[in-house]
Write a protein that binds this ligand. Structure first.
Ligand code: KG4
Ligand code: ZN
Length: 337
């Protein structure tokens, strides 16, 4: 079964054809990084305009690379939430038009669940497991029961982990996307150079929650000290110390959740899952099976959309053409979605 996936929730315009939820026949990701770089962040208006320009050629490229005709597709899967509303609407409208014209089913896909599905494209992973989803918009530690069913154990109470990387990188003009730039710079710095505060573990229901706004503020307030005794090592040291603090916060919570739930398999996903220190630290944990997607499947892509879309298709969960884009997904009693 061949599913076309379309992803346009943020600043990557992506399309992919995946066979049977596993075999990637094509995976086209056109990044808008160069257009957002001057602002050190994604500008929503620019993002949706670029998606409008790019969506058609990107889908055409995905079909051409897969050597699959549009009429051979079994369904069109598309991200409809959460994300930037204008960007989501471009992909969703295009997918609806295509599905309508071809007479194929439409499958609306949740971006969070798609990120968690990404490593399933590369290996067999059995459920349940502890999912750690860390991206620019989300930080979620969850018990993952199936591709469409998770129980959120912990989340951020303020900024997302990737957002903290992006904001710190913006303040110190390290680069964009911030996570990639900080990860690279941190390799030449000393992670013990600065001591940044870490929020302490809460009790009760919120014990797996994380918080990044305090760390972000502390790193930014470090600037006086940073500029005073500035040397060529100052910036790499800030990057390395911040990265260590940010990732340690996440790993502490994830390990506590793994221990308490008895889930010994941890599966990571999302852009921050590309972080080299996170990958190194988690992989060194004894007694745990830790699975990371390859770098290309950590950040936004449409293969994960087509992959998870296959399972919805097989289960007969199609979407109607009145499906609308949703910027946010409210979490009720930690159930998701
Ligand atoms: O999953 P993604 O592509 O988009 C969202 O759904 O948000 O994640 C993008 C985020 C950005 O905040 C980016 O700075 C971060 O992932 N990121 C990283 C790394 N690569 C991307 N953060 C830390 N280390 C990295 N190597
Ligand atoms: Zn994402």
């Amino acid at each position: 079964m061949k599913i076309l996936g379309i992803e346009s929730s943020c600043d990557e315009c992506a399309a992919s054809v995946v066979e049977d939820g596993r075999r990637i026949l094509s995976n086209i990701v056109l990044s808008q990084v160069d257009f957002h770089k001057p602002w050190y962040g994604v500008v929503p208006e620019i993002a949706s305009r670029k998606h409008i320009e790019w969506i058609r050629p990107v889908v055409q490229d995905a079909l051409a690379e897969a050597v699959v005709g549009a009429d051979e597709l079994d369904a069109i899967a598309v991200t409809f939430r959460p994300g930037l509303i204008g960007s989501l609407l471009v992909g969703l409208s295009f997918a609806k038009g295509l599905a309508w014209a071809l007479g194929k089913p439409l499958v609306g896909v949740d971006h969070i669940l798609a990120h968690l599905y990404a490593p399933h494209l590369e290996q067999d992973i059995s459920y349940p497991y502890l999912g750690v989803l860390v991206s620019g918009g989300h930080t979620i530690i969850a018990r993952v029961e199936r591709s469409d069913s998770i129980e959120v154990l912990g989340t951020t109470i303020d900024d997302a982990c990737g957002e903290a990387f992006d904001k710190v990188a913006k303040f110190y003009e390290i680069g964009f996307p911030g996570g990639v730039a900080i990860d690279k710079l941190a390799r030449t710095g000393d992670a013990r150079a600065f001591q940044f505060p870490k929020p302490s573990l809460h009790k009760g229901d919120a014990r797996y929650d994380v918080s990044y706004s305090g760390l972000k503020t502390a790193v930014i307030h470090q600037s006086a000290q940073f500029w005073n005794g500035k040397s060529e090592k100052s910036l790499p040291n800030i990057a390395a110390s911040f990265q260590k603090a940010a990732i340690d916060i996440l790993v502490d919570r994830a390990l506590a959740a793994a221990r308490d739930t008895g889930l010994h398999r941890i599966v990571a996903g999302g852009g921050v899952a590309a972080n080299s220190y996170l990958r190194e630290r988690m992989s060194a944990e004894k007694g745990l099976e830790v699975i990371f997607p390859s770098l290309k499947l950590c950040t936004d892509n449409a293969a994960m959309v087509a992959g998870i879309g296959y399972h919805a298709f097989v289960a007969g969960r199609f979407s109607s053409f009145s499906l609308n884009a949703e910027a946010r997904v409210p979490m009720f009693k930690r159930a998701y979605p």
